[in-house]
Design a protein around this ligand. Structure first.
Ligand code: 5GP
Length: 187
């Protein structure tokens, strides 16, 4: 039986590093590749990190009802494709989605058994430091992301599991243990 895992975290909480690394240990869990209209960062790969598309293309997919859920942040669209999730479920693979808190709540409405995991930064100050270090945002975007992070942290009670990313190794281990124990439950 497929399991749906949903991981949310404020941008800069270190979610991508934690998740990608842990997923390498679970070939039976597929990372859900979202569609987005934001531009590709240097290290990102089309069809691996996201399906990058124009706003026009994205809006056509909204009209054609091709998304399980979609959201806009910072003027960009992000969405989970029904076709992607359904084809993994058909193959009996489990799926892990990395979406924002509002998207996570919507996923839970569609897939009631979704296992919700929240990754928290140790503090807002630490989050700010990490975003500055990443240096992928303009000053204005950075401020918006920090404000948004504060709002997202307020959503944490919607999540079954909470992992504080104060130590990357420990956070990875905790996420690993959550996935492992939830996968075993089906047997
Ligand atoms: P970033 O631009 O840093 O990759 O992502 C910005 C935010 O969009 C993150 O909180 C990320 O989890 C979220 N996100 C990525 N894909 C999706 C999606 O398909 N749906 C929703 N609702 N959020 C997404």
């Amino acid at each position: 039986m497929s399991k749906i895992f949903v991981v949310s975290a404020p941008s800069g909480a270190g979610k991508t590093t934690v998740v990608r690394n842990v997923l390498e240990k679970f070939p039976e869990i597929t990372f859900s590749i979202s569609a987005t209209t934001r531009s590709r960062r240097d290290f990102e790969v089309e069809g691996v990190d996201y399906f990058f598309m124009s706003e026009n293309e994205f809006k056509k997919k909204i009209d054609a009802n091709e998304f399980v859920e979609w959201e806009t942040f910072y003027g960009y669209y992000y969405g989970t494709l029904k076709s992607f999730i359904n084809s993994e479920i058909e193959k009996e693979n489990s799926v892990l989605l990395e979406v924002d808190v509002k998207g996570a709540v919507k996923i839970k409405e569609v897939y009631a058994n979704a296992i919700m995991i929240f990754i928290l930064p140790p503090s807002i100050e630490e989050l700010q430091k990490r975003l500055l270090k990443r240096n992928t945002e303009t000053e204005d975007d950075l401020q918006k992301r920090i404000e948004r992070a504060k709002m997202e942290i307020d959503f944490q009670d919607h999540f079954k599991y909470k992992v504080v990313n104060d130590d990357i190794e420990r956070a990875r281990e905790q996420v690993y243990n959550i996935l492992k124990s939830e996968l075993i439950k089906e047997k």
